[in-house]
Ligand binder design. Structure first.
Ligand code: PMP
Length: 291
């Protein structure tokens, strides 16, 4: 069957995504001045929408963007969009830009933010990568922590991630990991990272440059409920190379096994802990979204 037509909620009105248009003077486009969220819906029910509707205003507040819609209005927009969309499940992208201004970068020139929500399909990894695991490289570009933009802000500036992904492409890898400027593991270009070492689940703290991922926190909760010890821990490349297993998490990506890092094969992919967590994650989605 053909993919459903993508739809867009743009400042309160729903149109086919191909007809949605915003100004070329929008500072989201001219300067990457904006924030966003990505989440999935199943059985027409968005997963963990409240967490995303918390993180979005946090990101906006960090940039001094005043949201023209509150969580209630955005929730209603999401629900209206999902009703219009011709698919039971899919992916939602919420974007808030600083809005149209003039060619100068001063945000004072932008009177009203643009807000749009897209409903579409998104597939982040091939079936083979999902089943057997991804090949990762560690990128030479780094997440900067404590200098410039805080990496906890989910902003429209993804250039560091894009540069990392280009390095992965050149290396023939599926995805890239970013270290922070101290040489510690932060996250992947668009996913958080976990390793398993002797039954312990470990993930870098946000203070090492990881986004406070919604899926990351769901996985930490599921691990705890399943008696898998889990902690935030500073990780170095050595910890990855010597891990029993490694996997990535994200709203778009889901849970993805890692087969190798910098040409070093992991001991297991997908590992036992990931397989347990995948089952628990699917059960949680079924429970919360009736999937
Ligand atoms: N890190 C980055 C840089 C991301 O873009 C994403 C995707 N939003 C994640 C981590 C995973 O976060 P979440 O589970 O909230 O999608």
């Amino acid at each position: 069957a053909a993919a459903p037509t993508p739809y867009c909620w743009l400042n309160g009105a729903i149109v086919p995504a191909a007809e949605a248009a915003i100004s070329v003077y929008d500072h989201g486009l001219l300067y990457g001045d904006g924030v966003f969220e990505g989440l999935r819906f199943y059985q027409r029910t968005p997963f963990r929408v409240e967490r995303h509707l918390q993180r979005l205003p946090d990101s906006a507040a960090a940039l001094g963007i005043v949201l023209p819609y509150d969580a209630n209005a955005l929730r209603q927009g999401i629900n209206a969009l999902i009703s219009r969309y011709d698919g039971e499940s899919g992916y939602l992208r919420l974007v808030v830009t600083r809005g149209p201004g003039n060619l100068g970068l001063n945000p004072r020139n932008c009177a009203t933010p643009n807000v749009f929500i897209l409903a579409d399909q998104l597939s982040m990894a091939s079936r083979e990568a999902q089943e057997k695991g991804l090949k990762l490289i560690i990128a030479s570009v780094r997440r900067t922590v404590g200098a410039g933009l805080d990496p906890r802000v989910k902003s429209l500036n993804y250039l560091t991630s894009i540069l990392a992904r280009m390095e992965a492409n050149v290396a023939g890898a599926d995805e890239a990991l970013l270290l922070n400027e101290r040489g510690q593991v932060a996250e992947a270009s668009a996913e958080n990272l976990f390793i398993v070492r002797q039954g312990h689940l470990l993930t870098p703290p946000t203070s090492d440059g990881a986004l406070a991922g919604v899926t990351r926190s769901v996985i930490m909760d599921l691990a705890q409920a399943d008696n898998i010890p889990v902690s935030e821990r500073t990780l170095t490349p050595y910890d990855l190379y010597t891990a029993d297993e490694c996997f990535l998490t994200g709203s778009g990506a889901g849970l993805l096994p890692v087969a190798e890092v910098d040409g070093r094969p992991l001991r297991t992919s997908p590992g036992e802990v990931l397989q347990r967590l995948r089952q628990a994650f699917a059960a949680l989605i079924a429970q919360e979204c009736g999937a």
